[in-house]
Design a protein around this ligand. Structure first.
Ligand code: NIG
Length: 392
């Protein structure tokens, strides 16, 4: 690879120390950002992309997806729209369909889902296991995900599979299942909720992952107030996701600790849940990330553009706040954010902000104004996506 100049950028939202630059240019060299500045001062490069005055953002960091599944739950969704409530048990329907899928089919579904996300500006993806729920199927999902995705999360503790005893299943998750996935995953997650796993069970799962060196994530406070947030903070989880039902104590805890509160606006709409209180969390001082939660039960979309529009229009975030939540804060929740010289805490080129040294992951909008993400919601605004300087 060689140096590439991206110039004639109408509005460059760096979500970093450069802030927003009008009439900007950016240079990518060997996949990372080498220079950022004004269009007039752009250096010569081996290649050039004239972006025609369009707006450029960091690629979206989608820090919560469930991409490995087969089947759909369209009927369940339709019934929900006719008044039924969401219940965690529906997960087992997707488990049946996923276990029945061939490896080739699951792989193709994953590839197609990643491609669709990338074409809508997503450049970093976390994805979870959790529709296998036996040792072989979870290991298989973890291996497959690891081939295509940087951050893979083990979610054996998604729900107790049909016919299993909850305590025995938790033991299996913490022993044989964890052994089977450990070489392919970076994170462990648990659905700590009524109908899924209680606080003690969730703590056991998180501790087992921690003992094996995995980072922790929690699905918490989605269906009602509960122990999810407190447990996540107590255990040092990097993120607690959903957070629809929060007590004043939960908000205080999230404001006072490093655990990121990840909100999932598309899921809230699709389950007709009260929107997670992202505004209140930000005002309290918490770090708020936005993710798609792509899955067939509660959020069958990978459109981060849609999530950002919802966060602005309905959760009352400013555009800057929503973009930061869907890029930098998602990166923080994955430990992929820039801490020094554009490198992440492990010294890799960071993601989620446009700063020298970070990955050249760009989302080019087909408009000069990024505010169009909310001003013209639902319009096809993703014009091009570049990952490490290469067009996808
Ligand atoms: O994040 N809440 C738990 N897991 C998914 C839903 C999975 C499903 O219903 O299939 C979520 O919303």
């Amino acid at each position: 690879m060689s140096s590439t100049l991206f110039h004639n950028i109408g509005e460059l939202r760096t979500v970093g120390p450069h802030g927003t630059i009008h009439n900007a240019a950016l240079v990518a060299d060997n996949g990372t950002i080498a220079w950022i500045g004004s269009h007039e001062h752009a250096p010569d490069c081996d290649h050039a992309h004239d972006l025609g005055g369009r707006a450029v953002l960091p690629g979206w960091v989608d820090s919560h997806t469930h991409m490995l599944f087969d089947g759909n739950r369209a009927h369940e969704f339709e019934a929900r729209m006719a008044g039924q409530n969401y219940a965690a048990g529906g997960i087992n329907i997707t488990v049946d369909a996923t276990r029945a899928a061939t490896t080739a089919r699951l792989e193709q579904l994953l590839i197609d889902r990643i491609r669709a996300a990338r074409h809508q500006g997503t450049t970093t993806i976390e994805t979870k296991t959790g529709y296998g729920l036996d040792v072989e199927s979870e290991a298989h999902a973890a291996q497959l995900a690891h081939r295509y995705v940087d951050d893979v999360t083990f979610l054996g503790a998604h729900v107790v599979p049909r016919g299993a005893n909850a305590e025995d299943y938790v033991t299996l998750v913490c022993t044989d299942m964890l052994d089977a996935v450990i070489d392919h995953v970076h994170w462990i997650d648990v659905f700590c909720e009524r109908g899924a796993f209680n606080e003690d069970q969730a703590r056991q799962v998180l501790q087992a992952g921690k003992d094996r060196g995995l980072g922790l994530r929690v699905h918490g406070n989605q269906l009602g107030e509960g122990p999810g947030v407190k447990l996540a903070v107590e255990m040092g989880a990097r993120s607690v996701d959903h957070v629809n039902y929060l007590s004043a104590d939960d908000i205080e805890l999230l404001a006072a600790h490093d655990t990121v509160a990840t909100v999932l606006p598309a899921c809230d709409l699709s389950t007709r849940a009260p929107l997670a209180p992202a505004r209140t969390l930000l005002d309290a001082g918490a770090t708020v990330a936005i993710a798609s939660n792509l899955n067939p039960g509660t959020s069958y979309t990978s459109s981060m553009n849609f999530c950002v529009a919802t966060a602005v229009l309905q959760m009352h975030l400013s555009l800057d706040e929503a973009i930061c939540a869907a890029t930098h804060a998602g990166a923080v929740s994955l430990n992929r954010h820039a801490v020094h010289n554009g490198l992440d805490p492990r010294g890799r080129p960071a993601v989620g902000s446009l700063v020298e040294g970070a990955e050249a992951n760009l989302h080019v909008l087909d408009t000069p104004h990024a505010i169009d993400l909310a001003y013209r919601p639902g319009m096809p605004l993703s014009w091009a996506t570049f990952i490490r300087g290469e067009k996808v």
